[in-house]
Design a protein around this ligand. Sequence first.
Ligand code: NAD
Ligand code: UD1
Length: 339
Amino acid sequence: MTLLITGGAGYIGSHTVLEFLSTGQDVLVLDNLSNSSQESLARVAALTGRTPAFVQGDVRDRALLDQLFSRHAISSVVHFAGLKAVGESVRKPLQYYDNNVTGTLVLCQAMAAAGVYHLVFSSSATVYGDPADMPITESCPTGRPTNPYGQSKLMVEQVLQDLAAADPRWSIALLRYFNPVGAHASGRIGEDPHGIPNNLLPYISQVAVGRLPQVSVFGNDYPTPDGTGVRDYIHVVDLALGHLAALNYLQQHTGLQTWNLGTGTGYSVLDMIHAFEAACGHPIPYAVAPRRPGDIAACWADPGKAARDLGWRAQRNLAQMMADAWRWQSGNPDGYAGG
Ligand code: NAD
Ligand code: UD1
């Protein structure tokens, strides 16, 4: 049987494709390459010795999906395809709702028509908004995301909850990712953001490699130990392995389940800069700047439910996240464009 992975050429998708291929699973990737390059999959094939089937196309294209479901023996879907830049989502809300919400609706319609009911969905800790208590468990109330990106994730979660409630044939996992960072230990695949990065780790890496002059630390007056924002950074390979565990669970249970995928430990922006300095062996220039609008002070997961239900726990520590991020960045200073 084949696993359909939408958005499988992207950052988290390519690492997840690699882990599934390594278990012997057949994989079909559907990606429109709007934020990725097929080079990531070529490298996954070189690393695993197995080539995933690839179709360049859009998850909103119902006719294409119907064709894929009829031509391949697809039993389950891992759905990464979507847009993820918070600032861009404020400027282009229709694009975000269309890609993220319509894309998921069309996918679920095509799945139901084909009799495929196992779905793993990429959600985000952003659905918790500004949580009152830490660590965050899955039963914490969802908040009010302050941007269309976060809103689109919450809307899809609600759609999938209604779908699972209406039809007991569905088995759905909502995976709420905390902050994915790092790269495969080979240094051959990693995060390759287009333009100036929005997220902290790719920004630090590009400063480290000399592509950007310095890191702006967005605020040092938060109520945290050193005043800078605290997040739960998780190694992308641990995150990828969480998808294998979730899919395994879905094969034995119906209904919808929600799991936090984080480590349970929070690190500040300054912790991250200093840990990266240790990995790359030279200082990272930084300067304190005003807070970024919409940011919260601190956010970290209680990953206990995933450990209990799935037997999954993040294994890789901060030093490994940084060493792997640096191996990728220093070996591929221009990302996949460097060839
Ligand atoms: P990414 O941009 O690297 O990967 C997304 C992939 O989907 C890209 O390859 C892109 O080309 C493809 N894509 C986008 N729209 C598509 C469409 N309409 N049809 C087909 N393909 C399409 O992002 P990522 O970091 O790998 O994120 C994967 C998923 O995880 C996204 O849904 C994202 O919202 C979610 N997520 C990411 C983070 C994070 O920090 N990276 C955190 C929480 C949730
Ligand atoms: C961001 C998104 C969130 C998304 C998550 C994972 C915002 C407001 N939120 O979360 O919706 O789910 O990414 O993709 O964009 N920082 C700096 N300097 C920088 C960049 C970041 O100091 O140049 C700080 C931030 O203030 C924050 C921390 O680093 O305290 C992490 O930032 P980032 O990597 O953007 O992730 P989140 O803000 O957690």
